[in-house]
Design a protein around this ligand. Structure first.
Ligand SMILES: [Zn+2]
Length: 495
């Protein structure tokens, strides 16, 4: 009997401990929103104005190519000319520089030149529309058609919308005679989709001028509506880091010969075994990598998720297994391994003298190109297999941007205000953006678009029927109208 009482008491104690930790975990996500008093009137906006602007730029086929000589100069020039026409005040007040031929860099001088500038980014270029799918588009991909409450076409979501929203916001701020205290920089690259040189050169240009940025906002996460499992309501996910990128070329050289008298292993066999060994030893799963995200989302997470994440000491194993079981969530908690290319052999009756393969790794922040190579060497443990990075493709994981700062809190405050009490949470982006290069001149680089996306909307990005609702674009303009004022002010830390 006494034993039973002790066991019940211990269980109750454990339950209480779990509960207390859960409450504390949810509380720790509470961020006090900074107060802000605007000095300009609230924005009265006819949503059709930005919609028409977006439609105009979508009709210009600014497709970027890996071979930059294929970029059509006339298209980028035309885009620049249209922007000049549509935003007369912006072009009268801000200085504009062309970097790397087509990347746009605008500078809006602040009242206090001693303050570090803030930057708003987007890219002018788009991906092509797959010619096999053209008949599946409701309106052609470069029509910019405004119909059924949407603007249709390439760039409406990725990401001409953000460029237009920022420019419309500033045009209206200028109409209302606003000048920021802090200098505001706009950087619209021209080759983000091909990981080109535009943003690299913009950053170099800013570095040469000795500019360090207080904060940067570029495309990335958005407000997810019912996409994250276990999360109710809107979740505004803000990219604070990007995974690194590494492709390794593996090589096995062997004596050739006739296949009637094969050696015990051929070059192909040795290479395949190495790759198999790699895949059998995935990089360790780090639940901690997504903890800040779940902390941010905990106010709207299902109770079972709240309990689990608040009590990693007990549930780490279960969470790890759950996240690792799905490729998407697995990629967010470890460095991934993907063999993507393999070559070897020339004829069916000849032993191959050479076998080669390329394996692509996406590196989780906290690891590095060197640590990945070291681990690969140990796992393969075969001197006959050599490997080296594919030239010009690798990049280290980005640094992780600060979230305990006013710039981040302003984003969270506006997300709450504009999106029905949406909670904000930081996350690590699986893909890359131009913002990566800006981490060299700022420790607060955020990747986020103030726009609600559901599952269907997401399919349009690089896919069929890319479109953005006229209302969603108007909200983006209003969001930036507010954010530029907030980020453009002096902060306590500046005093
Ligand atoms: Zn993009």
């Amino acid at each position: 009997m006494t034993y039973a009482i002790i066991i019940v008491a211990l269980l109750l104690l454990a339950a209480a401990f779990i509960l207390i930790r859960t409450v504390m975990f949810a509380r720790s996500s509470d961020q006090a929103y900074p107060t802000f008093e605007s000095s300009v009137p609230e924005l009265e906006l006819d949503p059709l104005i930005p919609a028409t602007h977006l439609s105009t730029v979508v009709q210009i086929e600014t497709i970027s190519h890996e071979d930059s000589t294929k970029n059509v100069a006339a298209h980028f020039r035309e885009l620049h000319a249209r922007l000049e026409e549509m935003y007369p005040l912006v072009h009268k007040t801000l200085t504009r520089e062309l970097i790397d031929n087509y990347s746009l860099l605008y500078t809006w001088k602040g009242r206090n030149p001693a303050l570090e500038p803030v930057a708003f980014m987007a890219h002018q270029d788009v991906v092509p529309a797959d010619s096999h799918t053209l008949d599946q588009w409701t309106y052609p991909p470069f029509s910019g058609k405004i119909a059924d409450g949407y603007i249709w076409g390439r760039g409406t979501q990725d990401i001409k919308c953000q460029m237009i929203a920022v420019l419309d916001a500033i045009e209206n701020l200028l109409k209302n005679k606003f000048q920021p205290e802090r200098t505001v920089i706009l950087a619209f690259g021209h080759d983000e989709e091909v990981l080109g040189t535009g943003a690299v050169k913009v950053v170099k240009h800013l570095q040469e001028k000795g500019i360090h940025l207080q904060a940067v906002l570029d495309e990335g996460g958005c407000v997810y509506d019912g996409i994250i499992p276990g999360i109710k309501g809107y979740a505004a996910t803000i990219g604070v880091a990007e995974k690194g990128y590494l492709s390794l070329r593996f090589k096995v050289e062997a004596k050739g010969g006739h296949s009637s008298t094969p050696t015990r292993e051929t070059a192909i066999g040795i290479l395949c075994r190495a790759i198999d060994r790699l895949q059998a030893h995935p990089f360790p799963y780090r639940v901690k990598a997504v903890l800040p995200m779940f902390k941010g989302l905990s106010p709207v997470a299902a109770p079972v998720m709240q309990i689990a994440f608040a009590n990693l000491w007990l549930f780490r194993g279960i969470i790890r297994r759950r996240l690792a079981s799905d490729p998407e969530t697995a990629a967010s908690i470890h460095t991934t391994i993907a063999p993507t290319i393999i070559h070897g052999g020339v004829k069916d009756n000849v032993l191959p003298g050479l076998a080669e393969a390329v394996v692509n790794f996406r590196i989780l922040p906290g690891e590095s190109i060197a640590s990945v190579c070291e681990r690969v060497r140990k796992i393969i443990d075969d001197e006959r297999v050599s490997f080296e990075p594919v030239a010009g493709t690798s990049r280290e994981p980005s640094p992780v941007s600060d979230t305990d700062c006013t710039n981040y809190r302003h984003l969270a405050a506006l997300n709450d205000e504009f999106f029905n009490g949406a909670v904000s949470a930081p996350y690590v982006m699986l893909g890359g953006t131009d913002a990566y290069h800006f981490t060299e001149i700022s420790s607060r680089v955020y990747r986020y678009s103030p726009c609600v996306m559901n599952k269907e909307d997401l399919e349009g990005v690089h896919g069929i029927n890319e479109r953005l609702s006229v209302d969603a674009l108007a909200i983006m303009v209003k969001y930036f109208y507010n954010l530029i004022q907030r980020w453009g002010t002096k902060e306590e830390s500046d005093y």
